[in-house]
Structure formats: structure tokens, C-alpha cells
Design a binder for this molecule. Structure first.
Ligand code: HEM
Length: 439
């Protein structure tokens, strides 16, 4: 495939480090299937929805998820037996088992925790207080996750999880040369990562031990992991249970926290949108807490969620590795090639979206969705490895936003478009501060 070329080893490394998101525009200018190199690795980026669907869905069996193994692994060897990183039979067993706690009926039972934790968060804010939005949302979503999935109150212990997530993002930040170095080299970011991950493993081991005796009588996800027998009559190993907890503590809180951060920032910049959101909430609930029955009627709120995940997709790029020689879009792609699927760039492609950089929830009409190519919008991925927490996340985003705008105006101090420091997830480059005005 065509692409920017550059020196054999260096390729586009400096561009990726300096301007990771703008670099995707440069790539897309070469076509829909583009070849480039970063730190000695050859990549093929896909910008065409049909090619993306082919990789994620139609021929998913010819690909595996790639998490930067050649660079020492994004997760530095941790959580390797959790659902995000396993493959083949082991993955299938885990996915079948875990699907039980993500059925629509089960997810509905998490509604109360989502609303109550949001009210508690807002209740703790002072009138006129300046908050760090990303930090506040991260504490909130972690508490929601721990309560609904594990039936655990994570108070100060939550900081252990958040420190580890920060260290992972610090290491995988494209601006940091550590991102391209093996995890065992004792750079400051690697040492910090190992320290915080070891603390997290101790915390998780403690949570597991505290639950073990009661697990048989309970039905939360942690208890299920400890007691469940899979189809073939085996249980999960200790390592699999621990890695599952670490996986869900990370995958389940940071993504939703980022989406909420960008959503509240966008609402602060667009008071008319915020007013409409609040009005819809009020009309539907009569000023009471949102309930499950009212959810389908919160259609504008749903549009706000869709638009947020389009412009600010927390999992902004997906990675795969070809496990066979293939042809994509008429180009030869040899086994071992790393495939990048830059979701954030496809979500902002003028071929599919009018005025693509603008936050405009009203674009999400049924008619618009009908005509949109299937994989021009895929915030939760696709195919068998799509996000297991998708319904959980969408419900949470809807409820937290609706509850928040009813109780407070969260007014960002800097109202310009946020800039990104992409890492494992789409982190903001600078802290996003906002002033709270209670209603
Ligand atoms: C996988 C996005 C929330 C758990 C994924 C993938 C995406 C994604 C794009 C697929 C990655 C790939 O194919 O390479 C998001 C977004 C979220 C979110 C945007 C919030 C707005 C959650 C939540 C949970 C969760 C709330 C758990 C409670 C997972 C897990 C996987 C996954 C375990 C791996 C699934 C597998 O490989 O079988 N997520 N996610 N995510 N997500 Fe989410």
C-alpha cells in the first residue's frame, strides 16, 4: 500500500510522537489502505468502513488483537489472562462465562447504583468549586463499576486503581519514548508502572480473599468468577480471576470517565444543547430521578451520547495483527503485519459526516443512521471481540449525564476544543477544569 515512507527504522516515529492525531490526517491523504513505519514496525492503517468490517467481522479469524508486544506490551505483561488479552479457546470460555453479567436484564439492575453514585458525587461538590473534570469522572465511574459488578465500595482504595491506570497511560503515551521500549528497562515510567501495578495486584488479591467464603451465596461478577464452572466443567485459575478483575477495573472505568469528561465539556461549550438535554430529562421524569421505564424516552440524551462517542472515542484506535498472508483493498498484506484502525479519524471523515468536527447531537436521526456505512461509526469495535461492556457503558453515560445536568451546570474554564495526549485511551493533553454551579 502507498504511504509516507521515511527512513527504514525511524519511518514516521517522530510525527507520531509530536502530533499523533494530526498524523492520522496525513496518512488518510494517501488513501483508504496506507502503509507506514513506526519505531521499526510496519503498520497498515485502514480508513475504509468496508475494509474495517472485513477485518473485525468477516475475516476476524485471520487476525489477533495486537497490544504492542514487540515494544514490550502496552500492559507490560499484566492482565495477560484477562478477557482483553486472551485468544482462542481460553478467550471463548471466559467470554461465555462473563456474558452472564452483561445481559440486558442484569444490566438494568445496575441503574440504581449509577444514579445514586452520581448524586453522591454532585452532592459532595461545593457551589462555585473548581473541579478537575477527568479526575472527578474517573472516581465516579470506578465507584459505579465496583458497586455494580463486584458489589464492593471502593473508597480510598480506588486511588490504587487510578494510579495504576495513570501509570499505564503515562508509559503508553505516544509522546513518551518509553512507549517504544521493553517494559523491563528501568526507565522512570516503567518503574512507576511496576510499583503501581504491584500495589494493584495486592489490592485485587485482598478483594478476592475477602469474597471467597461468601462467593457461593452471591451473584456478583467476582463471586461468579470464583465459583463458576465453564462448559467443560473447569473453573478459572487464580491468575485468570485476578487478571479478570484488573481488566474490568481498567476497561470498565476509564473509557466511560473520558466519554463523560468530553461530554460535559461539550455541553458546557454548547449551552443550548445542555438546556435541551435538561428539558428532556425534566419532561420525561417530572423532575424525579430517571427510571428504567423512562430511559427509551430520553432520546436526545441518547443522541448526545452517540455524538460524544463519535467525536471523542475513548478507544480511539484499534490494533490487529494478521495471522496469515492476506489481500486488503487490492494490496498484499503479509502475515505478521500490524493493522491500525484509527476510529477517531473515520468518525471525523467528511465523506460520512457533514461538518465533521462540529458537536451536533441532532445529526443522529434514524434516517441518518440508516444511510451511514456500517463501520463508519464503531466506538465499541465490532465482531466477536466487540466491547462486552457496551450496554453497561451506554446506560451509564445516559444516566450520569441526565442526572448531572438536572442538578448542576458544569462550566469548563477553558472553552476551546480539548487537545489530546493519546495513550492506551484518548486522554486530554491538559487537565480539564470546570466550575460547578448547583441548580
Ligand atoms: C473491548 C470501547 C466501556 C470492557 C472494547 C473494544 C472497544 C471498547 C472499542 C474493542 C477493542 C478491539 O476490538 O480491539 C469501549 C468504550 C467504552 C467501553 C468506548 C465506554 C464508553 C467498557 C465497560 C467495560 C468494558 C464499561 C466493562 C464493564 C471491555 C472488555 C473488552 C472491551 C473486557 C474486551 C472484550 C473481548 O475482547 O472479548 N471496548 N468500552 N468496556 N471492553 Fe469496552
Amino acid at each position: 500500500p502507498p504511504g509516507p515512507g521515511g527512513l527504514p527504522l525511524l519511518g514516521s516515529t517522530l510525527d507520531v510522537m509530536r502530533r499523533p492525531i494530526a498524523f492520522l490526517d496525513d496518512l488518510a491523504a494517501y488513501g483508504d489502505v496506507v502503509s507506514y513505519r513506526v519505531a521499526g514496525q510496519r503498520f497498515v492503517a485502514l480508513f475504509d468502513p468496508a475494509a474495517i468490517e472485513w477485518v473485525l467481522v468477516d475475516r476476524h479469524d485471520r487476525f489477533r488483537r495486537w497490544s504492542g508486544e514487540e515494544w514490550g506490551d502496552t500492559f507490560a505483561g499484566y492482565a495477560s489472562e484477562g478477557l482483553l488479552l486472551t485468544e482462542g479457546e481460553q478467550w471463548r470460555r471466559q467470554r461465555l462465562l462473563l456474558q452472564e453479567v452483561f445481559t440486558p436484564v442484569r444490566i438494568e439492575t445496575y441503574t440504581d447504583a449509577m444514579i445514586a453514585e452520581t448524586e453522591r458525587t454532585i452532592g459532595a461538590w461545593d457551589e462555585g468549586e473548581t473541579i478537575d473534570l477527568a479526575a472527578a469522572m474517573s472516581r465516579l465511574t470506578l465507584r459505579i463499576l465496583a458497586r455494580s459488578l463486584f458489589d464492593i465500595d471502593l473508597e480510598e482504595q480506588g486511588d490504587t486503581v487510578r494510579r495504576a491506570a495513570e501509570a499505564l497511560n503515562g508509559r503508553a503515551n505516544a509522546r513518551n519514548p518509553s512507549a517504544f521500549l521493553p517494559g523491563w528497562i528501568p526507565t522512570p515510567t516503567n518503574r512507576r508502572l511496576h510499583r503501581s501495578m504491584d500495589d494493584l495486584e495486592s489490592l485485587v488479591d485482598e478483594l478476592i480473599e475477602n469474597r471467597r467464603d461468601e462467593a457461593a451465596d452471591r451473584d456478583d461478577m467476582l463471586s461468579l468468577l470464583l465459583t463458576a464452572e465453564t462448559d467443560d466443567g473447569t473453573t478459572l485459575s487464580e491468575r485468570e480471576v485476578r487478571d479478570q478483575l484488573i481488566t474490568f477495573l481498567f476497561a470498565g472505568h476509564e473509557t466511560t470517565a473520558l466519554a463523560l469528561t468530553y461530554a460535559l465539556h461539550a455541553l458546557g461549550r454548547n449551552p443550548e444543547t445542555r438546556r435541551r438535554l435538561r428539558e428532556e430529562g425534566h419532561t420525561v421524569t417530572g423532575g424525579e430521578r430517571p427510571t428504567l421505564a423512562a430511559l427509551p424516552e430520553l432520546s436526545y440524551t441518547d443522541q448526545v451520547v452517540s455524538e460524544t462517542l463519535r467525536l471523542y472515542p475513548p478507544a480511539y484506535t484499534l490494533f490487529r495483527e494478521a495471522t496469515a498472508d492476506l489481500e486488503i483493498g487490492g494490496y498484499r498484506v503479509p502475515e505478521g503485519t500490524k493493522i491500525t484502525i484509527p476510529q477517531i479519524r473515520v468518525h471525523r471523515d467528511g465523506r460520512f459526516y457533514d461538518d465533521p468536527e462540529r458537536f451536533r447531537p441532532a445529526r443522529w436521526t434514524d434516517e441518518f443512521e440508516e444511510h451511514l456505512p456500517e463501520y463508519a461509526y464503531f466506538p465499541f469495535g465490532g465482531g466477536p471481540r466487540h466491547c462486552i461492556g457496551m450496554r453497561f457503558a451506554r446506560l451509564e453515560l445516559k444516566l450520569v449525564l441526565s442526572t448531572t445536568v438536572a442538578a448542576a451546570d458544569v462550566n469548563p474554564i477553558d472553552r476551546s476544543e480539548p487537545t489530546f495526549a493519546p495513550s492506551v485511551t484518548l486522554q486530554p493533553a491538559d487537565p480539564i477544569e470546570a466550575v460547578v454551579r448547583k441548580r
